[in-house]
Ligand binder design. Structure first.
Ligand code: NAP
Length: 392
């Protein structure tokens, strides 16, 4: 197998990207015409991609209006969704219109932090216990060291857990508008080196496996990995019937009866398809799409109110979203964030609230499609893309 040419460190200049693409065409026979048609300045992609040959294009749709009644947005937005799953945008839009006609989705943010969880290794459980007892007293010094590496990150606390002769230390940070992993891994590495330098420990790994970055885990349900956001709305019975084609009782019944299946499969959380809306929104807005793995752990709840209406809510304990850093500043990502008034500094909490309201819309529409048995029909109408029959 031949290696992709490095084209020196200047491999981001558009002519060099074209040269690499032409080489790949010669190797594979694929013309790469669409890959090579783009408006991004590849120099701006340094830090986002290596060996660039162009751009992968995903269709972008828009759904809305979505009324969000949060603490960082109070108003209507249109939400960009990048996907190749037919019926997805239409389905989210149905939920959004239902929410908006019902007065909007109320959203609240409970926690805003990200974590890195290194492990420290000791010779025996007594030494590990000694470290676990002594470390919390050094919080201020550890904080001072960690924060020398970042002007935006703040170390909130240290949580210590001993497991056998290892100690897992959760470094919990506020990361501003950034998702923060580059920021806080650097800060944590510096803090761990300081801990070793002080003779408190001798050996550590920066990642213990506990932090659940880009992995689903039970610990995510309690929050601490990203933003904890909750969205809810009352859907009047007549609007549920008109827009969702389902009564509040039918939606509650579906919710109640599908608990068993989720228990049987040992699901983490309980939701219909958080991953769908998250993935489409993340691709559109330059989020790290792999963070869907942790962000999609959460709970949806459908209830019938005493007045006979539907109360629907979603709880996202570990949502990773950002408006600064990563891919958020690149071309179409920046434009999509701008569409929602979220681009750049000060936009992350607004984006988190819009994301939660979007997922609530998706849960309503998906649940309704199942309750009314319209799911297959909707996909037949909007979501099929069978390849043309090949003639022999
Ligand atoms: P980043 O693009 O590496 O850095 C963002 C930087 O922007 C911050 O560190 C901060 O610099 C600066 N900044 C300016 N204005 C800010 C504001 N208003 N709020 C917060 N920061 C502001 O992004 P990141 O969020 O740290 O890291 C996300 C990326 O890390 C993703 O692309 C992800 O793929 C990648 N990642 C890394 C790891 C890892 O282990 N290293 C793991 C998973 C993912 P200062 O810190 O200097 O203040």
């Amino acid at each position: 197998m031949k290696l992709v040419p490095r084209l020196a460190e200047q491999g981001y200049r558009n002519d060099l990207v074209a040269e690499r693409r032409a080489w790949m065409t010669a190797q594979t026979g694929s013309p790469l015409q669409h890959v090579g048609t783009f408006s991004l300045d590849m120099e701006a992609c340094r830090g986002n991609i290596e060996n660039p040959i162009g751009v992968a294009q995903i269709p972008l749709g828009v759904a809305g209006p979505l009324r969000v009644l949060g603490e960082h947005i109070e108003g209507d937005v249109y939400v960009p969704l990048a996907t190749t799953e037919g019926a997805l945008v239409r389905s989210y839009e149905r939920g959004m219109v239902t929410l908006t006609r019902s007065g909007g989705a109320t959203v609240r943010l409970e926690r805003d932090e990200n974590r890195v969880c290194p492990l420290f290794m000791f010779d025996d459980v007594a030494a590990a216990a000694d470290f676990a007892r002594r470390l919390p007293a050094h919080l201020e010094e550890v904080r001072a060291v960690a924060q020398t590496t970042t002007s935006h990150g703040r170390l909130l606390r240290l949580d210590v857990q001993q497991v056998g002769r290892e100690v897992i230390v959760t470094f919990a940070y506020f990361t501003g508008d950034a998702q923060g992993m580059n920021m806080i891994v650097k800060a944590t590495e510096a803090a761990c080196q300081w801990i070793v330098g002080q003779g408190l420990a001798t050996r550590f790994y920066t990642f213990s496996g506990y932090n659940s970055e880009k992995r689903a885990s039970g610990s995510l349900m309690a929050g601490g990995k990203g933003k904890k956001v909750v969205a809810g709305a009352t859907i009047p019975r007549r609007l549920a019937k008109a827009y969702l084609h389902a009564t509040p009782e039918a939606l509650h019944h579906l919710w109640q009866r599908t608990v068993i299946g989720h228990l049987q499969t040992a699901a983490l959380g309980y939701n219909g398809h958080f991953a769908n809306g998250l993935t489409a929104l993340f691709i559109a807005c330059g989020q790290d799409v792999a963070n869907v793995a942790n962000s999609a752990v959460g709970i949806t709840h459908f209830e019938v109110t005493t007045g006979g209406d539907l109360y629907a809510s979603v709880t996202l304990p570990s949502l990773s979203v950002a408006t600064v850093g990563g891919g958020t500043g690149l071309g179409s990502s920046h434009e999509c964030l701008q569409m929602m008034g979220c681009a750049g500094t000060g936009g992350a909490l607004r984006l988190a609230e819009i994301t939660a309201a979007t997922l609530l819309a998706g849960e309503l529409s998906f649940g309704a499609a199942l309750a009314s048995h319209e799911f297959v029909e909707a996909h037949e109408t909007y979501g099929r893309n069978r390849p043309a029959e090949e003639t022999p």
